[in-house]
Ligand binder design. Structure first.
Ligand SMILES: Nc1ncnc2c1ncn2[C@@H]1O[C@H](COP(=O)(O)OP(=O)(O)OP(=O)(O)O)[C@@H](O)[C@H]1O
Ligand SMILES: [Mg+2]
Length: 284
């Protein structure tokens, strides 16, 4: 990546654990930023699954089908046919250089496994969002815990990769990556597991220099959004959604707005409602 990159902020959504919610979160961040009037581009590095690409294509098709007004980002999916790593790395650099001058944000979704191109993307991140399912199996890519005390005993492979990517930025005199770990698929009920994972993340956040937020609850609407390319940020009416909005939509929106607030991008969010209170109402 050229060092004179213009002012586009690069947001990378990464976790080498599969199924943690990366593509879902990437889509929600992109739509939230477009709704606030920002010029947003998106890049899909998961050229095999293409979930992010299909999510955006589904949105375009849903908008066209019903004459709905749904904003879509300028999107690039890195070509799977560029089998050679060097070619794919070059393609990512070129995509960023092409999109940066005309966009305020570039949101990059990465695959659920390690690889040189994903590493390169991590070194480009001004903000790195790591969604993490609320279990010690998912925690394991960040850190190890003692089986008796559940205290953190060490850091793991993904955390070490992020540390290397951050060091690389430092060597290039680029601003430090703001790393946010977002707990995903949280149960609405308190549990020992939820508390233990939360405590482990607090301890790791100090060691690894990330911020941790209680991101998204487990909600069936996140799975239903995909075929229509919708997000919790879209107009909560029957025409847009194709179904009647529920309390779950409202609370999910607050959770995403809370994420945007935490990211500190200067994006005004519509609601001042408290996420915790909304979750309690939703679960009641
Ligand atoms: N908060 C949530 N509540 C319920 N389902 C969710 C939530 N977040 C994500 N999901 C669902 O979990 C599955 C995995 O999500 P997603 O595809 O976004 O993860 P990913 O990290 O991109 O996966 P991969 O590593 O395979 O690319 C999807 O079926 C998605 O709809
Ligand atoms: Mg994905």
């Amino acid at each position: 990546m050229s060092l004179d990159k213009t002012n586009a902020r690069i947001i990378v959504v990464g976790n080498e654990k599969g199924g943690s919610g990366k593509s879902t979160v990437a889509m929600h961040i992109a739509v939230a930023l477009m709704k606030s009037g920002r010029r947003v581009a998106t890049i899909d590095l998961d050229a095999r699954q293409k979930s992010f690409t299909h999510y955006i294509e589904n949105r375009r098709a849903w908008a066209a089908r019903g004459g709905r007004d749904l904003e879509t980002p300028s999107h690039i999916c890195l070509d799977e046919n560029d089998a050679a790593t060097d070619d794919r790395a070059r393609a990512l650099t070129e995509a960023v250089d092409k999109l940066a001058p005309d966009h305020d944000f570039i949101v990059i979704d990465t695959p659920g496994h390690d690889g040189p191109v994903s590493r390169l993307a991590h070194s480009m991140a001004d903000t790195l969002i790591t969604p993490m399912n609320d279990s010690f199996v998912d925690f394991d890519v960040l850190g190890a815990v003692d089986p008796e005390t559940f205290g953190v005993t060490g850091t793991s492979q993904y955390a070490q990769m992020v540390a290397e990517a951050r060091n690389q930025r430092q060597r290039l005199n680029q601003a430090a990556t703001d790393w946010i770990v977002l707990r995903n698929r949280l149960s609405s009920l308190g549990s020992r597991n939820k508390r233990m994972v939360g405590e482990g993340l607090q301890e790791l956040s100090r060691r690894l220099d990330f911020r941790c937020i209680d991101g998204l609850a487990e909600r069936v609407i996140f799975r239903e959004f995909y075929p229509r390319g919708l997000t919790a940020l879209d107009d909560l009416n029957e025409t847009t959604l194709g179904t009647r909005p529920t309390m779950s939509h409202v609370t999910a929106r607050l959770e995403i707005e809370n994420l945007l607030d935490t990211m500190g991008l200067g994006v005004p969010t519509a609601s001042n409602d408290d996420v915790g209170q909304a979750r309690d109402r939703d679960a009641a």
